[in-house]
Design a protein around this ligand. Structure first.
Ligand SMILES: [Fe+2]
Length: 339
């Protein structure tokens, strides 16, 4: 795929992520899950490339969804729900002007169809739904269930797996669910070495006690400069980071850390939100953003999710990156080092 198209894809994703901060990293996770499923289903290279691009861009139509609805806490009214349900068609309309993306349009349009025909926008059922769309439906639902949202914490991995099983044959293609379940970790809970950086000593204390209770090894830093220095040893599994700190902001900490630790999963916990900061966070590949005050259960669930999937999707178990991932990753690097 041409470099200009890849640049366009990245721009579109950044635009959506800046509008809806809670979709942070969502498209990349859905893409990683979708590729793993696609490989298990033995899709051909061309189909995998289409799946990758479609999974990154499937929700781009949410740009057309009103922000008050996108960020609403609590249940949507029937009218609001109808508005949200237009986003797959909006995605298709946005992307249809790019000739090179023609093959992914059906995948994008149909990613909310249900296997039993009860989905939208066209009520397609079974194999009438493009395979790529059936794959994204599972990956998308799993990531949505296991991620933190403004009005709720994340569902635990075993509960999300149970939900996928329950919906196999109804909402989801059972063959796709089965392929996905062979990708997700089912072993004992992963524990890891966690760094917490926050200028508030009470927060450090609460986070440390809560994570240690889960068996993690936790090192806390009230001084961000000290944290950057210590993190250079590259022996941490997850970093939990505050943004507003007097000496050095979380955004600056991230910029320094990304120079030597490209892949360390980072959870940002902050009581403030502003667009410029948010864009910097997107560029620094933050895994999740949690609004303060943080309930310890939400933090523990998010750490567990990142650890559970680390090896499978970001490390040795990750499917070898396609030329597209490599180019997008490379552009992400360039963009973050230029900013
Ligand atoms: Fe969607």
């Amino acid at each position: 795929m041409q470099r200009s198209i890849l640049a366009l894809i990245r721009t579109l994703v950044l635009t959506l992520e800046a509008k809806d901060i809670y979709t942070f990293n969502h498209s990349r996770m859905v893409s990683a899950y979708s590729l793993s499923i696609g490989q298990r289903l033995k899709l051909k290279d061309r189909e995998l490339e289409n799946l990758e691009v479609a999974s990154i861009l499937h929700d781009i139509g949410k740009i057309a969804v009103r922000e008050d609805i996108l960020h609403k806490r609590g249940a949507l009214s029937a009218v609001e729900w109808e508005h949200v349900k237009r986003h797959p068609v909006a995605s298709e309309r946005i992307l249809c002007f790019v000739e090179e993306l023609a093959e992914i349009l059906p995948i994008v349009r149909h990613h909310h169809e249900h296997y039993d025909g009860s989905g939208y926008p066209d009520g397609l059922a079974g194999e009438a739904i493009p395979l790529g769309a059936r794959v994204i439906a599972v990956a998308d639902a799993y990531d949505a269930m296991t991620s933190v949202r403004p009005h709720r914490g994340a569902m635990l991995v075993p509960d999300a797996i149970e939900e996928l099983r329950k919906e196999a044959g109804k909402q989801f293609d059972p063959i796709v669910v089965e392929a996905f379940l062979r990708c997700v970790p089912v072993g004992p809970k992963a524990v890891g070495k966690i760094a917490v950086v926050d200028d508030d000593k009470t927060v450090l204390d609460v986070f440390r006690r809560s994570l240690e209770r889960e068996g993690h090894s936790v090192v806390v830093f009230s001084n961000p400069r000290e944290a950057v220095e210590r993190l250079q040893a590259r022996d941490f599994d997850v970093l939990i980071l505050d943004i507003r700190m007097p000496e050095l902001s979380g955004v600056e900490v991230l910029r320094l850390i990304r120079q030597f630790e490209a892949e360390l999963p980072v959870i940002v916990c902050t009581g403030f939100s502003d667009l410029a900061n948010d864009l910097d966070l997107v560029n620094s590949r933050v895994a999740s953003l949690i609004q303060k005050p943080v309930h310890p259960d939400i933090l523990r669930a998010e750490v567990a999710r990142l650890l559970a999937h680390r090896d499978r999707f970001f490390g040795l178990g990750m499917p070898s990156p396609s030329p597209l991932s490599a180019s997008v990753a490379c552009m992400a690097q360039v963009a973050s080092s230029e900013s």
